[in-house]
Design a protein around this ligand. Sequence first.
Ligand SMILES: *[C@@H]1O[C@H](CO)[C@@H](O)[C@H](O)[C@H]1NC(C)=O
Length: 601
Amino acid sequence: MQQRTIHLFLVIMILSTPLRALSAGLVLQCATASPFVNYQRRQTGLDAYIETQSALSIKGVLANIGPDGSKVAGAAAGAVIASPTKFDPDYFYTWTRDAALTYKMLVERFIAGDSSLRTKIDQYVSAQAILQGVSNPSGGPTTGGLGEPKFNADLTAFTGSWGRPQRDGPPLRATALILYANWLIANGGRTQALNTVWPVISKDLAYTAKYWNQTGFDLWEEVSGSSFFTIAASHRALVEGSALATALGQPCNGCAAAAPQVLCFAQTFWNGAYVDSNINVNEGRSGKDANSILSSIHTFDPTSACTDATFQPCSPRALANHKAVTDSFRTVYPINRGIAQGKAVAVGRYNEDVYYGGQPWYLTTTAAAEQLYAALYQWDKLGSLSVTSVSLPFFRDLVPSVAPGTYAKGSATYNSLTSAVKAYADGYMAVVQKYTPSNGALAEQYEKSTGAQLSARDLTWSYAAFLTAVERRKSIVPPSWNEPANNIPPTTCSGTPACNARMTFNVRIRTVPGENIYVTGQLTQLGNWDPNSAQLLSAGRYTDSDPLWSATLDLPSETVFEYKYIKKTANGQVVWESDPNRRTTSSAGCGSSGTLNDNWR
Ligand SMILES: *[C@@H]1O[C@H](CO)[C@@H](O)[C@H](O)[C@H]1NC(C)=O
């Protein structure tokens, strides 16, 4: 039964939402990669490779940003194109998440002294202001549209089927822009911060404060539930956004109140051994997912004291999680075979992945390195390193004799642990080096048996991820987001008070005794497309002349959602309505009501 649920769920995902992941994966599952490039087999040392690859990576990022990126002709100013690849897979779009993470890196570089990036950053701000006003399948500017995951390269709406909404985009973009706004305030640009950047940030924060407690698709665009990455990014953005609002004398409605509750909710992803990256969904996976490592590096605060609650890179929980996630790839990829425990391996998204056959990715491999470089920075600042019962297995892989305890900077144990962690982190960069073609191009993935590049070429995020890992390796760190004053979750969690609309679903369909009609769709209340969690309609008013099935359900108000009716036969068979999915908006206002009159199709 369990197996069947998952199978049906996946089938529905494939039929109803041809995602970046699954759709292309199906097309290409039989293709095998040909190792057509010459791989540089570690002829050069790691330091030299990192210098060369860094220069190529910043060029690679800029080549994918409009209006003048050399590989993305036609992209609007400030639009970050995910990859120049337009076919198998088509990534010639601007994703809010990829763009925000890329610009977070660019703003960090700008703050660290690369003033040539100023124009590009201002173009990004303008482009995002435009995108926030574009109505799209996730909603309008104030009705959920900011959760739309991707747009066309000319900044118009993408209207095809997709895994939407994705709620990590607004908080990630807020963080990138808050870094810039804070720099402006400190450098004579307060007016620009207030009049140009804050309006974009404030909309993203309002979205985050309003929707953090609703389900949405994860960063891999496959699972609709609660994603740790989204929640971690939301907490950080609300904390620093609320401080920026105060600095600018502006309101940030709900930011300060929501932040501790988001942190409280974040704690529930910890299952005692690692972070279960997706909850509030039954996706049939272990939950070990690079999602959590990416969360840790995104919310890294250089002034933090290894807090578990905010999953800081040096926290015991994040280190135990690092081991759990990276170990999960040791046996699934042939290129990892024979690599001893404690030595770096190729890292993918999650070990049950089937996209392109389930392969390692560059950006997740560099993330495994980046977390450790960031942790090394934190221990150095703290002046000590603690090994706890939670982090002991992580450290034992590197230094088998280590015992729990706190080791002061300069002590023999501190030195041996930190050099082992540094060597381990460098190992992940060496894996990337080994599987990078000699021209330095970083695609999305590399093949698990041959190491040849796969999927989209010149992935902007691959380059950006390489660059942030290198920055941390050089101890170049972003400003604090004030984690130390915002890292204690409340003792009891509460979600956002429900603002529901009473929606009546009426559908006309002739049925025979034993058959039942249900509604399911992308909302938690509709069972997230899982037929077993669909809502039963009543045939109480069904007549021969009016074959009505009906149900009235409380749904989040003023929310765009997709749905379908399903029929379950007497022997348990599930029959779906034909495509496309139905899409509507629940009525506006808490306690309001609305009616949908549909005919089965
Ligand atoms: C909403 O927040 C509550 C309290 O933390 C939590 O139990 C619940 O799972 C959350 N739901 C979603 C969809 O975020």
